[in-house]
Ligand binder design. Structure first.
Ligand SMILES: NC(=O)c1ccc[n+]([C@@H]2O[C@H](COP(=O)([O-])OP(=O)(O)OC[C@H]3O[C@@H](n4cnc5c(N)ncnc54)[C@H](OP(=O)(O)O)[C@@H]3O)[C@@H](O)[C@H]2O)c1
Length: 359
């Protein structure tokens, strides 16, 4: 906020200083005077500056011509800071695991959430069980986000229903089976790692985990940009669900998956940077989860609610001494979606997994 001396109570010495150039204000620090400056923009905002020998607090304040100070405590309440009411979101892979956690979080807090997956029954079950009596809405769309024509169909579908897309969560992902990497010899390493590997497996994983988010982000960019225009003070946002697998130093027995997630993290950076460079106001961030219950990690989900379960003991060796919970992912997605000053980042939410095994 630019402070003008419209309603200023000053000691005589300080008043003289104010009329000179800003740097001369440091002279006021030689006086033990109290300045009360009142902004002409908001009469409720009063900035009180105590000057003391040896401090240059006033000078620093006045050298800053813009500071978006909150004028009202209510602007800092949880319900305002993390408000997603009325926002339109699309979550790929919203029919299970982490995508479902994200879908529930956004929808119960008032967003209209489209969920995309290849299996209609999963999506329908989510709507039936988790879409009732909530502030927002969950809407299923069957689709494949790893193919260009699948992505184009989705854009047409959303365009026909909505004037903008506020939140795109690229969450859909796949992982191949694991191999044993603790071996006694080079021969055994080759036998375990090379023999079962197929080029198709590597390419399929890359297609879904990297090509998919690339296609979705670039195809939906105009609709995301419209969200920035429609919602004042809010920018359309892309959230790429990467993984700690993309930055830790171990393969976890799946080289193709971890390599693909490293690429997802890099793609996130490239998209954020290229979009910002062109002054398109759409933020791009990534969440890198550790271990959460999902169809990918537990190989199943419950028929009655599409949720997966993982016993606490399963991850007792982690610093968190447990796997991730729905609430952990809820806190992460609300932060990334709501924080308008976050851009180009990967936020790791892993119960300390990465600090334990190392990046
Ligand atoms: N769970 C974890 O511990 C963990 C940790 C780090 C990162 N992640 C990441 O989190 C994301 C979600 O995985 P998850 O663990 O929650 O596993 P999940 O339960 O298997 O969820 C993946 C979802 O993606 C959908 N999907 C897969 N390919 C798709 C495609 N081509 N088009 C549309 N939808 C597709 C699947 O539904 P359909 O098969 O019906 O299409 C499924 O619902 C993934 O990117 C994963 O890499 C998970």
């Amino acid at each position: 906020m630019f402070l003008r001396p419209s309603n200023v109570t000053l000691t005589r010495a300080a008043t003289r200083c104010f009329s000179r150039d800003v740097s001369a204000l440091s002279a006021a620090t030689h006086y033990n005077s109290t300045l009360t400056l009142q902004s002409n923009r908001s009469s409720s905002t009063t900035t009180r500056m105590q000057t003391r020998q040896g401090t240059n607090y006033i000078t620093n304040q006045l050298h800053r011509p813009y500071s978006n100070m909150s004028t009202n405590n209510s602007e800092l309440q949880l319900s305002t800071v993390f408000d997603v009411k009325g926002k339109v979101a699309l979550v790929t892979g919203g029919g299970s695991g982490i995508g479902l956690m994200i879908t529930q979080t956004l929808a119960v807090n008032g967003a209209k959430v489209y969920i995309v997956g290849r299996t209609e029954e999963k999506l329908e079950k989510v709507v039936e069980v988790h879409g009732k009596d909530i502030a927002g809405e969950i809407i299923p769309i069957v689709g494949d986000v790893s193919k260009k024509d699948g992505v184009e169909k989705l854009v047409k579908e959303i365009e026909s229903r909505e004037k903008c897309l506020c939140i795109l969560v690229n969450n859909a992902g796949i992982a191949p089976g694991k191999v044993e990497t603790s071996v006694d010899s080079a021969e055994e390493f080759k036998e375990n790692v090379f023999e079962p590997a197929t080029e198709k497996e590597w390419l399929d994983v890359y297609q879904t985990n990297v090509v998919g988010p690339f296609l979705m982000s670039t195809a939906f960019l105009p609709l995301l940009q419209k969200a920035t225009e429609v919602h004042k003070g809010y920018s359309g946002t892309i959230v790429n669900i990467s993984s700690i697998s993309g930055h830790i130093k171990i393969s976890q027995g799946h080289f193709a998956y971890n390599t693909s997630k490293g690429a997802t993290i890099h793609l996130n950076k490239l998209l954020a940077s290229e979009i910002a460079k062109n002054k398109i106001k759409v933020r791009v961030n990534s969440i890198a989860p550790g271990v959460f219950p999902s169809e990918m990690t537990t190989k199943e989900s419950r028929d009655d609610n599409q949720k997966s379960e993982m016993p606490k003991e399963h991850k007792e060796h982690l610093p968190s001494q447990r796997p991730g919970k729905d609430q952990d992912m809820a806190a992460a997605i609300l932060f990334v979606v709501a924080c308008q000053y976050l851009n180009g980042q990967t936020v790791t939410v892993d119960g300390g997994y990465a600090i334990q095994v190392g990046n």
